[in-house]
Design a protein around this ligand. Structure first.
Ligand code: CA
Length: 344
């Protein structure tokens, strides 16, 4: 009986989505010995001039779980925190990559969000990228990490909602707040055609059909409906509106609100293609917007970077590996390429 109920539970999980399948480029290494790795890292840090290559080779080819075990062993040997030691030994962009890898994906996103709202001014671009592209489950984990985040010398015990509300305003704030509240419905295996039609018409009547825009209605639908449902809504939407949903967003709203709605729709359609576009945008001119490249590679390498790689190649005709080689250099480049995992 126990087996049967376990089987049914599994079946339900599969059907209602459960956890999304992953397409990582970084996987746990076999034949793993955390104390051997810890000794090698300790030696690399102590080497005159620092042996960056060894640090990169180890940390970019272990899973987060394994890196945590190495850090635990390291602390026993070196009697200090490994992230702090890495911070002292490394510098620049390669330091950001390595310190990012020492955090869990949720902790990393939480610290990036924290950084985007720190001090005067707000980095809306980062805020939009993270809040509008993460799944409900990822957002829920980020909220927990945000509350509990404690690293190095600083410790913040703050609520993500409070900080977002304090750093943004107007309809943009309303949208981000709605997303952070993670009220999105789970995907259902029953397709509700009436609801699809109702939502499609509601989006049209709240936007293109009327003078001005009823943003509250747009926010409710985009933040509360499941992704598969919304994909069908946007398809149905075309039978009401002369413009598709993206064109409608561009016509109806502006600025950060426009960018947020567009990011949401792009991620509902194809999240990995969205990240591929962000990467190619960040490496368009000479050099690279390193913060964006680092964030996407570090945050997605154990989630869906393999799929982002194929979308990137399909979109640009040139591989992500090749593009990173052309736009970065030194240890930073070595670290990124190792996380990307190979050429396509
Ligand atoms: Ca309108």
């Amino acid at each position: 009986m126990a087996l049967v109920s376990e089987f049914l539970k599994q079946l339900t999980l599969t059907h209602t989505g459960g956890k999304e399948p992953t397409f990582p480029t970084v996987r746990p290494v076999g034949d793993f010995d955390p104390s051997r790795d810890a000794v090698r890292i300790d030696n690399a840090i102590k080497t005159k001039g620092v042996d960056e290559q060894t640090i990169i080779d180890i940390l970019t080819r272990r899973s987060y779980e394994q890196r945590s075990q190495i850090a635990f062993e390291y602390e026993k040997i070196a009697r200090k925190d490994m992230a702090t030691a890495l911070k002292g030994a490394l510098s620049g962009s390669v330091e950001s990559v390595m310190l990012g890898l020492m955090k869990s994906p949720a902790q990393y996103d939480a610290s990036e969000l924290k950084g985007s709202m720190k001090g005067l001014g707000t980095d809306e671009e980062t805020l939009i990228e993270i809040v509008c592209s993460r799944s409900t489950q990822e957002l829920a984990e980020i909220k927990l990490a945000y509350r509990e985040s404690k690293y190095y010398y600083l410790m913040f015990k703050k609520e993500l909602e409070k900080d977002v509300a304090g750093d943004t305003s107007g309809d943009f704030a309303k949208l981000l707040m709605a997303l952070v509240q993670t009220k999105r419905e789970e995907p259902s295996n029953v397709v509700d055609y009436d609801k699809i039609d109702h939502d499609a018409r509601a989006l049209y009547e709240a936007g293109v059909k009327r003078k001005g825009t009823d943003v509250v209605t747009w926010i409710a639908i985009m933040s509360e409906r499941s992704v598969p449902h919304l994909q069908k809504v946007f398809d149905r939407y075309k039978s009401y509106s002369p413009y598709d949903i993206k064109e409608s967003i561009r016509k109806e709203v502006k600025g950060d609100l426009e960018k947020s709605f567009l990011t949401l729709v792009e991620c509902f359609e194809n999240r990995q293609l969205y990240f591929a576009s962000r990467l190619s945008e960040a490496m368009k001119s000479k050099g690279a917007k390193e913060k964006v490249v680092t964030r996407i590679i570090v945050s997605r390498c154990e989630v869906d970077l393999m799929k982002i790689r194929s979308e990137f190649k399909r979109q640009n005709g040139k591989s992500l590996y090749h593009t990173i080689s052309d736009h970065t250099k030194g240890d930073y480049q070595k670290a990124l390429l190792s996380l990307v995992g190979g050429d396509d």
